[in-house]
Design a protein around this ligand. Structure first.
Ligand code: 2AM
Ligand code: CA
Ligand code: CA
Ligand code: CA
Length: 267
């Protein structure tokens, strides 16, 4: 993607993210409708939907040839990575949004012919915007994030994961996951995949492991972590596919091999 074109898209995306964030904060002051999707704990609100619609209208009127993949169904049917694709989660961490009124993010990854070019992850209530442009590094607000430390070791690492991973688990050997928890300094679970990626990119968490993410959960985070020299693959070690659900390991490179080879064992 041409640099000037990319900068124009990024500038608009950033502007829209801040505007969407403001709308979400306003909307939260009023009553909003909460529904469930696949199960009673799978929440969606009218704010999730309104936010995705807001982006869909902006993108379609400004860039009619771009495509959109979004969680709430206002996107396009996208079957190939050709062209420019916006992959958007209007609210990542809806359960946090509903229950905690914080710890959720707007996540936008923009891909050109399958290559991740632009990432924005906006922690709406903390007003912290993580951004990245391919090859130009990653930022937390105005501050450039340093490359991830080469000194990181598993025994002093903090690892993000959902507690379900360590319980009885159909996909991976939970005994190995429990051993990983014992062998690291500690675990965290923030409830927003996009923010967990951002924390890995920021170096305040050394890995994030999960058995199921949709494209809108990881599209931005993948680009952000890549820009600080981190590693992201499926938990099998295979490359991530941005058009499908994936298992994900994203982490500091120093501990990647150990996590994949010694602790994640598919049944
Ligand atoms: P959401 O809030 O946008 O639905 C919670 O641990 C994280 O997992 C959030 O990023 C959440 O995104 C995501 N998530 C929730 N349900 C999911 C599902 N069925 N598949 C993949 N990711 C999911
Ligand atoms: Ca959801
Ligand atoms: Ca999500
Ligand atoms: Ca969401």
């Amino acid at each position: 993607m041409q640099k000037a074109i990319r900068q124009n898209i990024f500038d608009n995306a950033k502007h829209w993210v801040y505007e969407a964030g403001e709308r979400i904060r306003d909307h939260m002051q009023q009553q909003f409708q909460i529904d469930t999707k696949s199960n009673p704990n799978d929440l969606v609100t009218e704010v999730d939907k309104a936010t995705e619609q807001f982006f869909a209208e902006k993108i379609r009127s400004t860039y009619p040839d771009h495509k959109l993949i979004g969680e709430e169904g206002y996107g396009d049917r996208v079957e190939s990575v050709d062209g420019t694709i916006w992959i958007i989660d209007p609210i990542d961490g809806t359960m946090n949004f509903v229950h905690q009124k914080r710890n959720f993010a707007i996540s936008i990854g923009i891909y050109s012919d399958g290559i991740g070019e632009i990432a924005l992850i906006y922690n709406v209530m903390d007003d912290v915007l993580y951004t990245a442009l391919k090859g130009e590094g990653a930022y937390r607000n105005q501050d450039k994030l340093p490359m991830l430390s080469e000194e990181v070791k598993l025994e002093t690492s903090i690892i993000g994961m959902n507690s379900i991973l360590a319980c009885e688990n159909k996909r991976v050997n939970e005994k190995r996951v429990q051993q990983l928890i014992k062998d690291t300094r500690g675990t965290r679970s923030y409830g927003s995949a996009a923010l967990e990626f951002a924390y890995v990119a920021e170096g305040i968490m050394d890995a994030y492991i999960t058995m199921k993410l949709a494209p809108w959960d990881f599209a931005a985070g993948y680009i952000l972590v890549d820009e600080v020299g981190g590693m992201t693959t499926q938990a099998t070690g295979e490359p991530v596919n941005v058009l499908t659900n994936n298992t994900i390991v994203t982490c500091n490179k120093q501990i990647y091999q150990s996590i994949i080879k010694e602790y994640i064992e598919f049944k």
